[in-house]
Design a binder for this molecule. Structure first.
Ligand SMILES: *[C@@H]1O[C@H](CO)[C@@H](O)[C@H](O)[C@H]1NC(C)=O
Ligand SMILES: *[C@@H]1O[C@H](CO)[C@@H](O)[C@H](O)[C@H]1NC(C)=O
Ligand SMILES: *[C@@H]1O[C@H](CO)[C@@H](O)[C@H](O)[C@H]1NC(C)=O
Ligand SMILES: *[C@@H]1O[C@H](CO)[C@@H](O)[C@H](O)[C@H]1NC(C)=O
Length: 397
């Protein structure tokens, strides 16, 4: 059992088998699947959009499972890395489809309008951290394997050729959202003297290429791929010990920003490559980077007073971040006092909630970039997709 993927697949399989036996034993299972007549939103990624996946798979193993996470909307932690909703929640509420259920949720799940496969800590590359303190569970390609299992389950329930055909149409009308690679860089960049940025980035992009191809091969046709946010400005990278020396005038670390910019350039090239190869499909960048960088540079336009400071953190100063005393974490004895991270008075005056993830109020701006199409390239009206396809489907019934 030395291969972590085998262990993970086994773990996952046990959960699925249990969930299915729970379903078949409950006469009125509250488990809702999509209709072939309307599209869904299938979400892949990491902590920015995880809405409870890791908490279900490994309860109480990560900061987001503890107070004060979730306090300003859910009134309790839900596994989301925010004081309330994350930006995916705002997107799906904005589309009128409520909150998506995480893939592993067996009870009270609602998969009518989509499934969220995102798993905190996950990477684009085939790395999956295991061990006591790790949170990364299902890397991108594993999430896509999970999607294919789910797809297989739905196809197996279609009785006629026509139903099968309609389900195929459903998957091709659906939207596939991908937020990935932050953790590749957060855990892998600058950790050794001989870190080779160019080949590392190429490895990450190549993993994303494999993932997009796999989804395309499974029938996906509309892709929204989020780029990397400005690492180097957020409290955890701005204060880490790797290559601190060069900063821009805002105090953001230039080596991280350069890495992010190069990754984002190659991501655009990757989508261009796919759109040349598969012109009938839509390959869209969600430029979250620009939204966040603009907020770091012009905080007042977003009602923000402390752009670089974690709302929930420890240590004060510009960043209010200490990696030993993290938001939701157990705290630590420092200089004879027991230190714990405290939540700030007004989260909406901040961009960042904890280390990297935006506060709920800022998530609204990120979601607007998608819902209003201002930060999609090429632009699509995602609301219209959902409305139009539902109507067309209803007329065809
Ligand atoms: C299945 O049901 C059991 C008992 O009701 C419950 O403890 C368990 O968490 C359920 N499993 C899943 C995957 O929902
Ligand atoms: C990554 O893992 C997937 C299986 O989930 C496999 O199909 C793929 O070939 C692997 N890619 C690399 C580069 O190892
Ligand atoms: C602990 O005390 C020392 C000496 O006063 C000080 O230099 C250091 O910054 C303190 N550590 C923290 C985390 O406050
Ligand atoms: C998108 O389409 C919907 C429905 O047709 C419309 O109400 C909305 O204004 C459009 N949104 C944008 C940003 O164009």
């Amino acid at each position: 059992m030395s291969n972590p993927f085998i262990v993970l697949q086994l773990l996952l399989w046990l959960i699925i088998v249990q969930a299915i036996s729970n379903l078949t034993s409950a006469s009125s299972a509250s488990f809702s699947l999509p209709s072939s007549a309307s599209p869904s939103l299938y979400v892949f990624g990491a902590s920015m959009v995880d809405n409870g996946e890791n908490s279900l798979a490994m309860p109480f193993r990560q900061d987001a499972d503890f107070e004060p996470f979730g306090s300003d909307y859910f009134g309790k932690p839900t596994g989301r890395w925010s004081n309330g909703r994350n930006f995916m929640d705002f997107i799906t509420q904005g589309l009128g489809i409520g909150l998506l259920s995480p893939y592993l949720q067996a009870f009270d799940s609602d998969f009518t309008y989509g499934v969220n496969f995102a798993s905190t800590g996950s990477t684009a590359r085939n790395t999956t951290a295991i061990g006591d303190t790790s949170v990364g569970l299902f890397c991108l390609l594993i999430q896509i394997d999970q999607f294919r299992k789910y797809q297989g389950l739905l196809f197996s329930q279609q009785k006629s050729v026509l139903e099968h055909q309609r389900m195929r149409q459903h998957f091709s009308n659906s939207i596939y959202f991908i937020e990935t690679a932050h953790n590749d860089y957060l855990t892998g960049a600058f950790t050794s003297e001989d870190f080779d940025a160019a080949s590392f980035i190429e490895e990450v992009i190549s993993a994303i290429r494999d993932a997009l191809q796999a989804l395309y091969d499974s029938g996906a046709r509309t892709f929204l791929v989020m780029n990397l946010t400005p690492l180097g400005c957020n409290p955890s990278t701005a204060t880490n010990q790797y290559r601190n020396e060069n900063r821009d005038k805002y105090g953001c670390k230039l080596d991280y920003l350069e890495l992010v910019n190069r990754h984002n350039e190659l991501l655009v090239e990757l989508l261009n490559e796919f759109s040349a190869k598969f012109p009938a499909a839509e390959w869209i960048i969600f430029d979250a980077y620009s939204i966040m960088l603009d907020a770091y540079h012009n905080p007042l336009n977003y009602g923000v007073k402390y752009p670089f400071s974690a709302c929930c953190g420890y240590g004060g100063g510009k960043y209010n971040y200490n990696s030993d005393v993290t938001c939701g974490g157990p705290g630590k004895l420092i200089n004879g006092t027991y230190a714990v991270a405290e939540k700030c008075m007004d989260p909406s005056l901040h961009i960042i909630w904890d280390s990297l993830h935006p506060v709920e109020s800022f998530c609204r701006y990120l979601a607007q970039g998608v819902l209003e199409g201002t930060h999609l390239n090429p632009v699509i009206n995602i609301t219209e997709r959902f409305n139009y396809i539902s109507l067309a489907g209803a007329m065809a019934e």
